[in-house]
Design a protein around this ligand. Structure first.
Ligand code: MN
Length: 721
């Protein structure tokens, strides 16, 4: 059984005494936290974190990673929160431990298989520090090594998750040693019988092979020595899973697969690699078409090596890989090799640069990273710069751009869900639709059949899909609302001109449209609704046409003849229903509410803005029929309208809370509260509340006045009185 003393002994090789002391402290802390807990094997729990740290030490990981490894199950399995770890150790350690815990909490295995790729990305996106992933991989590796104590069902489940999620992540990060061991362990867990059979067969042929292996090895070694080339040659064992896969996928027999002999020659420089290649091509006959130069063109995960296949004595196939020591380290430990090269090196600047070059190869980054932390950040950012991964309530993963909000999510699920969303729950808690999402969250969208996209959503959505859909909807919406408003405005105008719409025949309408040079009646409505044409004037034209008092001028010119006094009637007001949508806005200056006398101020291209008749801002247009339309509130108006209240009160403890509760009790909706002290005694509160109308507002104001400490309450608006 490994001990902390044995580990500390080994750490001397690359860590300083203070760093080792900190690793020890993390160990003792974890040991105490897990006191009384046991693994399924019966061993004390601390054996596991210690083993995880040991795996990371083999990769020469830094002391913080080792500390996080010691503590990695403390948040999850004992009652010690992240905050305490931050106090006991520091923020970095606490974040690492917390990151590992979060990955542990997600149950990947319950989700659909085809989503594995997204899970890999999600796991990486969730880890703010790439070391979280390295600790998690080491954790998984030790759990896989010690699967023995679990029942076969659980073994299979964990092995499958490992194959789907963790070994691809290890592969992505270039950590071959970890990946290979994970895959071999998975093979044993998933197909114990097949693994045993192949292992037995391999053992059997190994005896026959060793003579040949030794012979080839000796020949290569001798030839390198003759040429004065430094390099070591090692025989490679085929892995069981790879033998199995080759047999299965390429339909080869066991001997077809295993009759190939694998060697690796490791040397000091890239230059020597190519010289060695020349030497062995001279020694044995190369198989045409099998040479691959992964030094000049590395694999996407940064792997570098020369590959070639030769025919040895008696025509046996020999696969050879040639690479430098550094490539060897990178091929085995990938991203973790960064710490290996950093650790205990005198020329740390140089090694950091080499590590960076590797990362650049992997990730094609071109930024310069000055210190290791920045380096880690770059690696992280460049792996997954712009994506987050969140769950639907059913566990499906959605990939969204960074900064995406619940509205983006809703549109990603379905256009209908986006169009009709009204609220959301993030991890079961109600949250604003504008809240940026974070990887790993579960999002539930609440929809309502009558709901529509809100123009303000455009201020925070980030996905093209959401933006496009909202824009499209609004454009369409505005158009149909403009048509509707225009039709009503025209009807009202016609009524004022004593014209009944039903009196108009197709011929009259056609004639009128020609006069306005518009293709159809909807275009005319839209023009009126958008405020580009005044309904009164259009109605007047119609009236003249219908009453037959338009004279066709020469050259087809229409000359309107003004109405006589009897023909003019009292203007019919336009009825505001509160459901007109975007083409009707309520003026912010006077905040009209039902009960207030109102007029509509037409502004070109936008539609009508409803003002209070008493509003100062429109006083000079009030009697201009080209600018203002007479309006009236519908009797059964249902909407709520914003008003501003100004309250002066004596500054007493709890008085704001009292004010708020009085308003709420009178069913007023408080939208904002602003307060300032005028002096020590008096404070001023400005409120924005929404009400149904004047009667409702009067009731609220009366209740406010009844509060003892209230001195004065008034409605704030730009009116003349
Ligand atoms: Mn663990």
């Amino acid at each position: 059984m490994p001990t902390i003393d044995a580990l500390a002994e080994r750490l001397i090789e690359y860590l300083g005494p203070d760093e080792i002391r900190q690793v020890r402290r993390a160990y003792y802390y974890a040991e105490q936290a897990h006191d009384g807990q046991f693994r399924r094997s019966g061993e004390p729990y601390i054996v596991h974190p210690l083993a995880v740290a040991d795996i990371l030490a083999n990769m020469y990981m830094d002391h913080q990673s080792l500390m996080a490894a010691m503590l990695h199950d403390v948040i999850e399995d004992t009652n010690i929160p992240k905050e305490i770890i931050a106090i006991q150790f520091d923020e970095t350690i606490a974040n690492l431990v917390d990151g590992v815990s979060k990955l542990t909490q997600i149950h990947f295995e319950s989700k659909a298989e085809q989503q594995a790729g997204n899970f890999q990305k999600m796991a990486l996106a969730m880890a703010n520090d790439i070391r979280v992933i390295l600790v998690k991989l080491a954790d998984r590796l030790h759990n896989m090594r010690t699967l023995g104590a679990l029942n076969p069902e659980k073994k299979r489940r964990i092995a499958k998750e490992t194959l789907d999620i963790y070994s691809p992540i290890a592969n992505r990060l270039g950590m071959n040693t970890v990946r290979i061991e994970l895959e071999e362990l998975c093979f044993h867990a998933l197909f114990p019988m097949r693994a045993k059979r192949i292992a037995k067969a391999v053992k059997k042929v190994r005896g026959n092979r060793s003579e040949i292996v030794d012979k080839i090895n000796e020949q290569v070694r001798q030839r390198l020595a003759e040429e004065n080339i430094a390099g070591r040659c090692i025989g490679r064992e085929k892995r069981l899973l790879s033998i199995y896969n080759k047999m299965k996928e390429q339909k080869k027999s066991f001997s077809d697969v295993t009759d190939v002999y694998g060697f690796r020659i490791i040397t000091d420089s890239v230059d020597t690699c190519y010289r060695i290649l020349g030497v062995i091509h001279n020694l044995y006959k190369p198989v045409p078409g099998r040479f691959k130069d992964y030094i000049a063109i590395p694999k996407t995960n940064g792997y570098q090596s020369l590959h070639t296949t030769l025919l040895g004595m008696h025509g046996i196939p020999i696969e050879v890989q040639v690479r430098t020591e550094e490539m060897e380290a990178m091929a085995n430990n990938g991203i973790a090799a960064h710490w290996l090269y950093k650790a205990g090196d005198q020329d740390s600047h140089h090694t950091l640069k080499r590590a960076q070059q590797w990362v650049r190869g992997v990730l094609e980054i071109h930024k310069r990273a000055g210190n290791p932390l920045e380096f880690i950040e770059h690696v992280k950012n460049d792996l997954f710069p712009d994506e987050i991964y969140v769950f639907t309530p059913k566990g499906k993963i959605m990939e969204l751009p960074k900064g995406a909000t619940p509205v983006d999510f809703a549109f990603a699920v379905h256009t209908d869900v986006g169009s009709r969303c009204i609220a959301c729950r993030i991890d079961r808690h109600l949250a604003p639709l504008s809240q940026p999402l974070v990887s790993g969250q579960t999002i539930e969208i609440v929809t309502s059949s009558g709901a529509r996209p809100n123009p303000t959503w455009l201020n925070f959505v980030v996905s093209g899909k959401a933006r496009g859909n909202i824009r499209h909807f609004l454009k369409h919406q505005q158009e149909s609302e403009a048509i509707d408003l225009g039709r009503r405005l025209l009807l009202k105008g016609l009524a004022s001109n004593a014209v009944n719409f039903s009196e108009m025949d197709d011929h009259t309408i056609k004639h009128a449209l020609k006069h306005f040079t518009l293709p159809d009646i909807d275009s005319l409505y839209r023009e009126i609704g958008l405020g580009n044409r005044m309904a009164n004037i259009v109605a007047n034209q119609f009236s003249l046409l219908i009453h037959g008092i338009v004279e066709e001028g020469h050259a087809g010119k229409t000359v309107p003849v003004p109405l006589t006094d009897e023909e003019k009637t009292k203007p019919t007001p336009f009825i505001i229903k509160g459901t007109e949508g975007m083409v009707i806005a309520y003026a912010k200056c006077c905040n009209p509410i039902p009960g207030d006398p109102i007029v509509g101020f037409m502004s070109a291209g936008k539609g009508a803005v409803v003002h209070a008749e008493a509003c100062k801002n429109i006083a000079k247009f009030l009697h201009d029929p080209e600018k203002c339309t007479h309006m009236r509130w519908d009797k059964n108006i249902q909407s709520e309208f914003a008003v501003e209240l100004h309250v002066e009160l004596e500054n007493q403890r709890g008085v704001i809370a009292l004010l708020a509760s009085v308003i709420t009790q009178a069913t007023g909706n408080i939208e904002s509260i602003n307060m300032q002290d005028r002096d020590a005694r008096i404070c001023i509160v400005d409120l924005s509340i929404s009400v149904e109308g004047r009667i409702h507002l009067a009731r609220i104001m009366r209740r406010i006045k009844h509060i003892k400490s209230v001195i004065k309450v008034s409605r704030k608006r730009t009116t003349q009185n």
